[in-house]
Design a protein around this ligand. Structure first.
Ligand code: NDP
Length: 309
């Protein structure tokens, strides 16, 4: 029986692992579908404290992983397919069919940005296609970029990007915005932003050059096709928390984010950290912070169980 199983190896999971390992809990970490998490799909990270000149996302995650290993963290390849979290012994079943038993669980399965699903878009992720303006906006100084989406994230990201880009095109598939009026007004008041309504992106141009050169667009009302030269393409069509194995057991909001009190879920001994329980901040540093909090909570819980036993 494990003391603690951490699910996920993004910034939250690896930070939880470092803290649990240093507390001699010999944590077992399940890698998850995307080892290293969202930071492995970005290039340079300039806002993670401690790296004056920035660090590449994959390098940051590889370093965190080695740091966790140094203190005795064990890693197991695979994903959690289902689980039974009620009771003192929690059982996790991996996609391989293997079952694992543990006293505590820290869920750090993150959220995945939604993409359009175009082959050209997928080929250029990290090479001009990104789903995080906060992470990557500063790389697009004095060049035109495009944002797709019509919710609050799209409004916020388009407005944020005007700090760097020479021009920001906001592409939305209809005329009405889902975003709150105040966010729409702020976006509309920005002279650097041009809205392209009733339009979808059909292809990202630049696969051969391994960098975004533009977008192929289609107006849904007129069927007219056009090309838009841009250097960056920002997806802002929402995020999907990776919570499907926990449906029916853990409390979630209507979009699937785990509901937590600090990092505690509704089941004792089960904690959640990082983007899987945070639709607001979604930063590596906030994920790491909550990973630390969850580890300390798990440690305290195990200690209290020992005293009871
Ligand atoms: P939303 O789900 O609110 O909006 C997604 C947008 O993307 C919609 O406009 C939708 O279009 C569009 N979209 C979805 N799929 C596609 C597709 N395949 N092709 C083209 N367009 C697509 O997500 P957000 O990330 O914007 O917001 C999530 C939550 O976070 C919301 O509750 C929001 O209020 C909140 N938030 C709050 C902020 C704040 O208050 N500062 C900042 C950011 C987010 P359509 O409208 O046609 O469906």
């Amino acid at each position: 029986m494990e003391n603690v199983i951490i699910i996920g190896t993004g910034a939250a999971g690896l930070t939880a692992a470092i803290y649990c390992a240093r507390a001699n809990l010999t944590p077992l970490v399940i890698d998850g579908m995307e080892p290293g998490g969202q930071l492995t799909t970005t290039t340079e990270v300039e806002n993670f404290p401690g790296f004056e000149h920035g660090i590449m996302g994959p390098e940051l995650m590889a370093t965190m992983r080695k740091q966790a290993e140094r203190f005795g963290t064990r890693f197991q390849f695979g994903s959690v397919a289902s689980c039974s979290l009620d009771g003192e012994v929690k059982t996790l079943t991996l996609d391989s069919g293997e079952s694992l038993e543990t006293k505590t669980v820290i869920i750090c399965t993150g959220a995945s940005a939604k993409y359009l699903g175009l082959p050209s878009e997928q080929a250029l992720i990290g090479f001009g296609v990104t789903a995080c303006a906060t992470c990557d906006g500063a790389f697009y100084r004095d060049v035109p970029v495009a944002v797709v989406g019509g919710g609050d994230t799209a409004m916020e990201e388009a407005t944020f990007l005007t700090r760097f880009a020479s021009k920001v095109y906001l592409i939305h598939r209809r005329k009405e915005f889902r975003a709150s009026p105040v966010m729409v007004d702020r976006m509309m008041a920005n002279e650097k932003i041009e809205v392209i309504y009733d339009t979808v992106v059909e292809e990202v141009i630049g696969v051969e050059d391994k960098s975004v050169k533009g977008l192929k667009l289609k107006n849904l009302l007129t069927e007219e096709q056009s090309e838009l030269p841009v250097d960056g393409f920002f997806l802002a069509i929402g995020h999907q928390p990776n919570t499907s194995p926990f449906v029916g057991q853990l409390d979630m909001d209507e979009t699937g984010y785990l509901l937590t009190d600090s990092t505690k879920t509704n089941i004792s001994g089960v904690y959640a950290a990082g983007d899987v329980q945070d639709s607001v901040y979604r930063q590596a540093i906030t994920a790491a912070g909550t990973g630390c909090m969850a580890a300390l909570e798990a440690e305290r819980f195990l200690e209290s169980q020992e005293h009871q036993g």
